[in-house]
Design a protein around this ligand. Sequence first.
Ligand code: GDP
Ligand code: MN
Length: 387
Amino acid sequence: MKLHEYQAKELLARYGLPVPEGQVADSVEAGLAAADRLGYPVAIKAQVHAGGRGRGGGVRLARNRAEAEEALAAILGMTLRTRQTGEQGCRVRRVLVEQGVEIRHEFYLSILPDRASGAMMLIGSTRGGMNIEEVAAENPELITRIRIDPLAGLQPFQVRRLAFALALSDVQERSFFDLLVNLYRAATENDLLLVEINPLAFTAADRFLLLDAKVEVDSSSLFRHRDLAGLRDDADQDPLELEARKYNLNYIRLDGNIGNMVNGAGLAMATMDMIKRAGAAPANFLDVGGGANAVMIEHGFRILLADPRVRAILINIFGGILRCDVLARGVVEAARATEVNIPVVVRMEGTNVEQGRQILAESDLDLVTAVDLGDAARKIAAIAGEL
Ligand code: GDP
Ligand code: MN
C-alpha cells in the first residue's frame, strides 16, 4: 500500500526526521491560505501515488502569492501523466504546500527489502533529484548498496561507508548518522517495503531535509499497524483491482487481450508465461485462490468481462481441493449468468477430471477444451491471432 507524500512525511517526522513544514490542501483557497501562513517561496506538489511528478508538471515552485495561485489552479484537478502513471494518468485531488527551500545538493537515499537475501538494503547516491533508474543504467558506480544484517541492525561502520561514498563534508556527516538510524527504524518498525527519499536535500541553511518521500507499506502487515491502515487512499487504484479485492481475488491488470483465470499464484504465473510464449499477451493476472469455488469463478468472470480489452478467456484450473466436476458446473453456470460472448478455452486437471470434461462437453456453451497447458496456450494464441 502506497502512502501519499504528505502522509509519508508525517510518519517520518514522528521518527525525528527533518521534513519541510507544509500543509495539504484540496482547493486553491486552502492552498493559498497555507502558502500565506508558511511564507514565500513555497513548493506546491501534486499528491498522487506516482513518481516523476516534477517532470510531469506536478511540482512547482512559487515565489509569491500570484505564482502560488497560478500553480495551485494548474495542478489541482489536472491529470498528471508520468512514467509511472501510464497513459491514463492520475487525477490530482490534493496538493502539498511546503516551505520552499534553497538546495545546495540533492542526494538519493532509500531503504527496502533485498529480495535475494531477505535483508534490508540501504541505497544511496550523490545523484539525487533525478530518476534513479537512469542513474543505475548510465552510472551504476554512483550508486552504493549496503545490506543491513537484520539481527545486528544498522551499524556505525555502514553509515561511515555510505557517508564516504557520498563524499559528505564534516558538517553533513555529523547529522547523517541520526538520520539513517531514524530512517531505518521507521522502515523496520512499520514493515515498509520502500522508503525512498529523492531528493534528500542539503540546504543553504546547512542541514539535511527530506524534500520528497515515497513510502510503501506491506499490506499484509496492516493488521498490526492500524494507524497506517487508515491512510489507504484507493482513488488512484484501478477500479477492477478494487472490485476484485472485495471478493478476495488476487487480480492485477496488464496490457494484453487474453483474460486468464487460474487457481494458485504459481500456476497463474506459469499460465501467463505460457500465453506469452505462444505469442499472445495476458490482459491480467487473476488468482482465484487454491480453494476456489463456483461463486469465486463467477466473480472472476465478471471482472474479466468488465475489461473491454479482454477478447478471449483462458481458464486454467487444477482441481485439488476443488473437484473438477464441481468446477465444471461452476464454469457453466457462471458463463451463463454472465452471458460470456467471447471465446473461452478451458484447461483443467485433477480429481474427477473425466466427469468435469463431460459436463463441459455436454453444456450448450461454446467452450474450447484443452488437454494440457501447452495445448491451452496454443489454442488461445490461435484464437488471439484471428481477433
Ligand atoms: P517527484 O518528481 O515525484 O520525485 O517529486 P519531488 O518531490 O522529488 O520533486 C521534484 C523536484 O522538485 C525535486 O527533485 C527538487 O529539485 C524540486 N523541489 C521540490 N521541493 C523543492 C523546494 O522546496 N525547493 C526547491 N528549490 N526545489 C524543490
Ligand atoms: Mn522525488
